[in-house]
Structures are given as structure tokens and as C-alpha cells.
Write a protein that binds this ligand. Sequence first.
Ligand code: G4P
Length: 190
Amino acid sequence: MQRMEEMILTQGKVLPGGILKVGSFLNQQIDSVFLREMGEEIASLYSGSGVTKILTIESSGIAIAAAAGIVMGVPVVFAKKHRTSNVDGAIYAAPVHSFTHGIDYQAVVSTDYLTDRDTVLIVDDFLASGNALHGLVDLCGQAGARVAGMAIAIEKCFQGGGDELRAAGYRVESLAMIDSMTDTEITFRR
Ligand code: G4P
């Protein structure tokens, strides 16, 4: 998506440790006009795929997932990162290791919201080493739901998670794919 690349080039900032800061339009302040474009792009990529539900993980994936869900007309479910008082009853839970933050947590979703009748599109803001997505795939597997594919705002290809998921047979669509980045230059995969 050319506009995503332009947004990254004009507003993104590369931080030490291979982190791309996109707080001005994606991660803290959200550019709502652009958010709608992202939703439309994701919906167009997955039109005709029989998606019945979108699954993401709190918190930054929720806005993009909701934008896609509105255009596709399907519910959006988000996994919580730990069991909270408002996730009661039966749950699916998957362990996730966050490479960026160096922590482990459980991705948790109520069994009410994912079932074996669902065809799921997994959506997230960043794809780095892919651990969060593996956790969401695990949750779908526990529910017996089919995974139609994944839609990601920004893939950091140099961390390998996206190519690993593709090699495992998943459809992974990323609105921007970054092959490399330094303080002064960002190179996209096209
Ligand atoms: P992985 O799931 O692909 O393995 O990635 P990783 O564990 O490394 O990512 C952990 C968190 O860091 C995720 O958010 C992810 O969105 C975010 N992240 C990874 N790389 C970048 C980056 O270059 N820039 C930005 N802005 N974020 C990045 P999270 O901690 O779960 O937090 P949030 O969703 O609540 O914001």
C-alpha cells in the first residue's frame, strides 16, 4: 500500500533496537482518515475469503481490526494479554513471548467469541518475529476455527516472522514491508 509507505517515510522515526515509531498515525494518535483507508485495503485484500470474524490482540491492533471489521461487516474479537475479571467462564489461552519487551504473557479469549464455525482474519499493527500471531493462530486452533489469513499494517521483514508464517502455509498480507531501516534510510520490500 503506497500510502502506508509514504506515511512511514514522512512520519515514522527509527529508534535504536530496530523499533519504528509511528505514534503520530498508528500507535498513539490515530489518523482516522488513514485508518479508514487501511480498513478498506484489508477488506479488499480478503474479499471473497469467507471471513466471519476478525481476531486481534490488545491494544494497538484493535483500531485497525475495527476499521477492517466495519468495512467487512464482521465482528472484531481481541485477545486480552492476561486473564481479567471481565473475561470470565471458559477461555482459550496461548503463551506469547514478546521479543521487543522481553516478557511472556498469556493471550486469552473467551470461548464464547471463537468457534469452529468461524473463518478468522487475524489483524495486527506490527509483525516482527511473529510471536503474537502464533499465539492468535493457537487460539483459533483451540476453537477449531479456520484461519483465512493475516493482515498487518507494518511488517519488519528483517525479523523473519512473516516469511516463517508464509512458509508454514499462511496467507500474510502486509500494508508495508520493511526490508531494512537505519536512522537515515528505510528500504521497502515490494
Ligand atoms: P512479534 O509479536 O512479531 O514477535 O513482535 P514482538 O513480540 O517483538 O512485539 C511486541 C510488541 O511490540 C507488540 O506490541 C508490537 O506491536 C510492538 N512492536 C514490535 N516492533 C515494533 C516497532 O518497530 N514499532 C512499534 N511501534 N511497535 C513495535 P505490544 O507490546 O503488544 O503493545 P501494544 O499492542 O499494546 O501496543
